[in-house]
Design a protein around this ligand. Sequence first.
Ligand SMILES: Cc1cc2nc3c(=O)[nH]c(=O)nc-3n(C[C@H](O)[C@H](O)[C@H](O)COP(=O)(O)OP(=O)(O)OC[C@H]3O[C@@H](n4cnc5c(N)ncnc54)[C@H](O)[C@@H]3O)c2cc1C
Length: 423
Amino acid sequence: MDQQDVIVVGAGNAALCAALSAREAGARVTVLERAPVAERGGNSTFTAGAIRVAYGSVDDLVELIPDLSEEEKRTTDFGTYSEDQYFDDLARVTQHRGDPDLVELLVRRSHPTLKWLRGNGVRFVPIYGRQAFKVGGKFKFWGGLTVEVSGGGPGLVEALHTAAERAGIEVLYEARAVALLADDRGVTGVRVRQKGKTRELRAKAVILACGGFEANAEWRTRYLGPNWDLAKVRGTRFNTGDGIRMALEIGAQPRGNWSGCHAVSWDRNAPEFGDLAVGDQFQKHSYPFGIMINARGERFVDEGAEFRNYTYAKYGRAVLEQPGQFAWQIFDPDHQGRGRHHRAIGRASRRRRQAGVPAYRRGIQSRGAPRHSLRPQRQGRARRGGAENPQEQLGEHDRHPAVPGLRGDVRHHLHVRRAADHQ
Ligand SMILES: Cc1cc2nc3c(=O)[nH]c(=O)nc-3n(C[C@H](O)[C@H](O)[C@H](O)COP(=O)(O)OP(=O)(O)OC[C@H]3O[C@@H](n4cnc5c(N)ncnc54)[C@H](O)[C@@H]3O)c2cc1C
């Protein structure tokens, strides 16, 4: 291959957006994907596809969702999510630790960026099934999260790959970048190993968009701490920190929060890495409707500290810190149908047999989980929310804090697992 203008390492959302953008600017671009075609797209393929975007009116949403119908506009209160709200949420959740320049870019460019994605064939829909409930006959969105990609992560990656192909961007599969080529002039290319053969590719610019070190148990333990090797990875197995290592090897300066990560509660019986057939549905996120206890029967987080959207990504770490690295979520019968744990995943969410349940719990009644999906809108338009009572409609992003009066009442429903995951 002759010299390229740009080589992009990785083929997830970040990489494909970078590749398309470089191509738009006239560059010749090659993308290196470590995974085979069937597993391409990294964690972007696993994502649920929810995207936070600032908007001031329905008209702003229509620019992203041109097929929003008149009836949907009439029967829905989409509210607004201003740039100020977005800034406030980021500041609160990160305790003001976000990089100011990156935060500024993320917020101010959120709407134009989604418009640009739309222009590249990515279709958006309102998240009726997860972020809206019915009040007085009208669907009402909450939590500033209104838009998702049609078809979730697989839909996103498919659309971007189609755009890349149309733009003439070459994608090499099973092509693992192993080192950056650099000299006094800077980076001049990449050493790549593809199907057992190593070669050097030259380029004027190299973009690293190959994820973090989440799938590297040794690095997780090294940087996040003890027991992180035991955490399950909810996404791709290919993100082992190569990009970070390659950059450090040529003298890049380490930045960011090396001992922190996004970690959620995850099914104890889930496989070690993500399973695309199940996606993000191993999540165990219904704690705002009940309590979480550890193996000693002790509570260890405030389940109702905030809307679930703002706590779930840090409670995975709290679970991992418990004895045996697991927890139970406990609900009373009123909870039936409100939370994600009701989604039965035959391959992983086996309820414990009586014999496997500790003696102190043998009296607990285990109830069957209904087989409905709270988020069936993976393909095409989102399912609409339904119940008049907000609490009955809430799905993945539970809105209500802990159920009042439940604390101490552990007679009922036992259906949970351990979990910690990390990306
Ligand atoms: C289950 C799940 C649900 C999620 N839900 C959401 C959500 O609803 N909303 C949201 O905003 N975020 C969500 N996320 C997070 C989101 O998926 C990621 O933040 C985002 O996809 C990261 O994109 P990326 O392009 O940086 O990395 P990735 O999509 O992970 O792409 C990394 C790419 O690099 C490749 N690669 C790795 N090493 C090499 C190498 N040496 N050479 C060549 N290629 C290499 C990988 O194969 C992959 O193609 C979720 C994540 C998971 C796992």
